[in-house]
Design a protein around this ligand. Structure first.
Ligand code: MG
Length: 259
């Protein structure tokens, strides 16, 4: 496993790519509403990224699995019991009360920024709201350990323990990842694990940390499109992700706009 340490120049480019992703989510949050298709969300995201000098890195992404076409869109959109990798469609209409998970990657000047959000559309159930909030908090519980002096497993452990303490499950088949000039770099970052294990965190590492949380049992299924992942028991799922930079002090979150 080779975990790349980014130079100052690379870090500056990672900040720029991350900012594009943050601005894309700002735009999506403003415009998402019931009655819209998931295809419209995809168009908004792609136009926003391109207007900022970036390209949507998920478009044309090849899973490497034989017989599965490359991902056809700029964002993954996964609604309610869909966990990740949902494909945008003109036929898929967002309804009041849906929770809509979007995951997208912007590539700018050769570097990637990756983040995911679960949007609550209109008035959602209390249960759904709690799931979305716990998923977001799980990220922040994890990055308490995204510091020099800790190991990767400390982040993974903190995420898993927090999610389980709230009565939810984490997805085990998919994980976060290093990120840089490649969308997916080493190390893999599961949302569970043993504290004190794994690589030592070092300044200049850039990591995409992404809790994927299920309300019910952790089991998942893949739809026939070869992409969309759903919960086996039909319960809701949520996703929250940011690209972060390990520094000498607190981690820097690259995909949230700085105040
Ligand atoms: Mg992502």
């Amino acid at each position: 496993m080779l975990v790349s340490i980014k130079s100052n120049r690379e870090i500056e480019l990672m900040r720029e790519a991350g900012k594009v992703v943050a601005l894309t989510y700002e735009e999506l949050e403003k415009r998402i509403k019931p009655g819209m298709s998931t295809w419209e969300l995809d168009q908004i995201a792609e136009q926003t990224m391109r207007s900022l000098g970036a390209v949507p890195a998920e478009k044309g992404f090849d899973s490497g699995i034989r017989g599965v076409p490359p991902f056809p869109a700029s964002i993954c959109v996964s609604i309610n019991d869909e966990v990740i990798h949902g494909i945008p469609s003109k036929k898929r209409i967002i309804k009041e009360g849906d929770i809509v998970s979007i995951d997208t990657v912007a590539l700018k000047n050769g570097y990637n920024g990756d983040a995911a959000r679960t949007f609550m559309v209109g008035k959602v159930s209390k249960d759904a709201q709690r799931l979305v909030e716990v998923t977001k908090q799980a990220f922040f519980e994890g990055i308490k350990y995204a510091k020099v002096g800790y190991r990767l497993g400390d982040i993974c452990h903190a995420i898993g323990e927090y999610v389980h303490s709230q009565g939810y499950s984490v997805v085990r088949e998919f994980e976060g990842h290093g990120i840089g000039s490649q969308m997916h770099e080493d190390p893999g970052i599961p949302n569970y694990g043993k504290a004190g294990r794994g690589i030592r965190l070092e300044p200049g590492m850039t990591l995409a940390i992404e809790p994927m949380v299920i309300q019910g049992k952790p089991n998942i299924l893949e739809l026939d499109d070869g992409w969309t992942i759903i919960t086996e028991d039909g319960s809701l799922a949520a996703h929250y992700e940011n690209t972060i930079l390990i520094t000498e002090k607190e981690p820097e979150i690259l995909t949230i706009l700085k105040k």
